[in-house]
Design a protein around this ligand. Structure first.
Ligand code: 0X9
Ligand code: ZN
Length: 309
């Protein structure tokens, strides 16, 4: 079965999602909303005791928005594992409905396996550029929140190219469709990235705080504390704060700012551990400790979110 000793290819990850949905059809529903730019199925799981019928608070966690951030995928699949396969905290499924989307950017992820390990963006081609063809849009600059105002580069070869318009990418539109469908009940959104050990909250475009700044900070601290308790201390302690202040650059068009702007009260970019020039390439020996400590943080965040909203 699915293990946490190594990083898996897209096929293996997708087989795992299929098999969990099949084995646990009472609680897990596989959703295949569209195909990627290159024609791969986009897949996420809805996990609920009653198929989202009773309007419980919804928690949404996604990974691999950025293709090279491999550790984000096992982190999201481990949440699936703990919710339906190795259930030690049944309250988390009694109280909440969950959406778990391990690979937002499958084209990019596949590309990091076969060609360029450090690829970040989607793989779409901009038809408007003559000469040298550069591929890809940064999904985390492609949402319609202050789109293309700061922390972007208009050249399609750039790693922070925001696209020709907001939601130009089908991969971005699928994440939007999840917000559209669930934002009324969604209390917590975690956009999982790497690296740097940080819980980051809005607003990213100018460093100002939302009117939920205090709640965002307190739930962020709760998650970081829960991680720190379990942490093997291989990595620096998590920092918690406004994105622009902690990460020290501004950016626009991110999914977590977008989610917050449409009413998701608790919305974070989570930067998982990693270090140095090889920060995106986290040795497989760290997968297990990182996914277990991160799950402790997410579970603690879910519980506190449930008390607040
Ligand atoms: O720049 C990004 O998109 C994120 N860092 S990463 O190294 N994973 O690319 C940070 C995003 C910060 N959060 C928001 N802009 N909301
Ligand atoms: Zn990222």
């Amino acid at each position: 079965s699915f293990n946490y000793d190594k990083y898996h290819t897209l096929d293996v990850i997708y087989e795992y999602l299929d098999s969990v949905a099949q084995k646990h059809s009472d609680t897990v529903k596989l959703v295949t909303p569209a195909t990627s730019y290159e024609g791969r199925t986009l897949k996420y799981l809805k996990i609920s005791k009653d198929n989202f019928q009773s309007g419980k608070p919804v928690i949404f966690i996604d990974g691999a928005t950025h293709a090279r951030e491999w550790i984000t995928i096992p982190t999201v699949t481990y949440a699936i594992h703990k919710l339906v396969e190795n259930v030690t905290e049944p309250d988390l499924l009694d109280k909440f409905d969950w959406i778990l989307y391990p690979v937002v950017n499958p084209d990019g992820y596949e590309h990091t396996h076969v060609k360029e390990r450090m690829w970040r963006k989607t793989r779409s081609t901009d038809q408007h550029v003559a000469g040298k063809i550069c591929r890809g849009v940064d999904i985390n600059r492609n949402f319609d929140f202050e789109w293309n105002t700061v922390g972007t580069e208009s050249h399609p070869c750039s790693d922070i190219f925001p696209g020709r318009k907001p939601f130009s990418e089908v991969e971005t539109r699928v994440v939007r469709s999840i917000f559209n469908e669930h934002h009324q009940n969604m209390i917590l959104y975690l956009s999982v990235h790497s690296f740097g050990s940080m819980f980051l909250y809005p607003w990213s475009n100018n460093g100002s705080l939302s009117d939920r700044g205090l709640q965002l900070h307190m739930v962020g601290i709760r998650m970081a504390d829960a991680i720190h308790e379990l942490s093997l201390k291989h990595f620096p302690r998590y920092r918690v704060g406004n994105t622009a202040l902690v990460i020290d650059y501004f950016s626009s068009g991110s999914s977590s700012d977008y989610a917050h702007s449409i009413g998701v009260p608790l919305s974070y970019t989570v930067e998982l551990p990693g270090r140095g020039s090889k920060g995106f390439v986290l040795h497989p020996r760290y997968i297990k400790p990182v996914v277990t400590e991160t799950w402790a943080g997410f579970a603690a965040g879910a519980r506190m979110a449930g008390q607040l909203f």
